[in-house]
Write a protein that binds this ligand. Structure first.
Ligand code: SF4
Ligand code: SF4
Length: 229
C-alpha cells in the first residue's frame, strides 16, 4: 500500500479540440471534461459505466480546482508534452476498478505503434520502475489513466527532470476538492459490492475504500503484455 495521496497529470492527451478547451484568466487552457463513451462495451461490462462516472467526476473536480486557483492568479505549469512526472513518480495509487479498466483498454483498444510500445514496455517492466504507459511523451492510455494521474497538476513552473513536486513544493500541487474526490471514490464502491448511499458513505468516512489500493509501478505488467496477442 502506498502513502502517496495524489499523483500525476491530466495533460498528456495528444490533441484537445479547440471547442473543448476553456480559457483561464491568465491565458492557459484546460480541456473541458468529456464523459467517456463506449456504448457496446458498457453493455457487456457492468463495471465500465461505474468507471466512466468515476473519471468524469474526477475530471470535473480537477477542472473546478484549477479554475479556483487560476482565479487567484495562479498559473498552471502542466502543458502538452510535459511528462517528466510520469518518469519520476514511483508510487502512483491505483484501485482495482481502475486496473480492470486499464487492462481492458490496453488489450482491446490500443492499436498500432502505441500498442507495440506499450507491449514492449510492459514486457520489460520490473517492479518499482516508472509507469510503462508513457509513449512518446504522452500517456498511451490517456482515457483510462488513474484518478491519481488526473489529479496531479502543478502550478507556477514545470517540474524539473526527476523532481516530484508533491515533496519539493507541495504548495504548487493542486489539492483535489474533497467533494469531487469523495464522490468519485464512492462511485467505485459497487465494484466491491458496497452499494447503497449509507454503506458507501461509511466506507469513505472510515477509509475502508483505501484498503483496496495498489501501486501502479509494483503491478506485474509483463503479465499484461502476455495477454496482448
Ligand atoms: S508540470 Fe510537472 S506535473 Fe505537470 S505535466 Fe509537467 S512534469 Fe507533470
Ligand atoms: S498512466 Fe502512466 S503515462 Fe499515463 S499519466 Fe499516469 S503515469 Fe503518466
Amino acid at each position: 500500500m502506498t502513502s502517496r495521496k495524489v499523483s500525476l497529470r491530466s495533460w498528456q492527451k495528444p490533441d484537445y479540440k479547440k471547442k473543448n478547451m476553456t480559457k483561464s484568466p491568465n491565458g492557459n487552457t484546460y480541456p473541458a471534461p468529456e464523459k467517456l463513451s463506449f456504448p457496446l462495451e458498457e453493455k457487456r461490462h457492468e463495471w465500465l459505466p461505474w468507471l466512466i462516472d468515476v473519471y468524469y467526476t474526477t475530471d470535473l473536480g480537477v477542472q473546478e480546482g484549477i479554475r479556483r486557483e487560476e482565479m487567484k492568479g495562479r498559473k498552471l505549469a502542466c502543458h502538452k508534452g510535459c511528462s517528466s512526472c510520469c518518469r519520476t513518480h514511483t508510487t502512483i495509487p491505483v484501485y482495482p476498478i481502475e486496473l480492470t479498466g486499464l487492462y481492458w483498454y490496453v488489450i482491446e483498444k490500443t492499436t498500432g505503434s502505441i500498442r507495440s510500445t506499450i507491449k514492449q514496455q510492459c514486457t520489460d517492466h520490473q517492479a518499482g520502475q516508472p509507469c510503462p504507459f508513457l509513449v512518446d511523451g504522452g500517456c498511451g492510455i490517456h482515457p483510462m489513466r488513474p484518478q491519481a494521474c488526473r489529479h496531479f497538476n502543478v502550478f507556477s513552473i514545470p517540474c524539473e527532470e526527476g523532481e516530484d513536486a508533491y515533496y519539493s513544493r507541495r504548495q504548487d500541487v493542486l489539492t483535489p476538492i474533497s467533494k469531487y474526490k469523495e464522490e468519485a471514490l464512492s462511485k467505485m464502491l459497487p465494484f466491491h459490492k458496497i452499494k447503497g448511499r449509507t454503506k458507501r458513505r461509511e466506507a469513505i468516512k472510515t477509509g475502508l475504500v483505501h484498503q483496496y489500493v495498489h501501486v501502479l509501478q509494483e503491478i506485474d505488467w509483463p503479465k499484461l503484455a502476455v495477454r496482448m496477442v
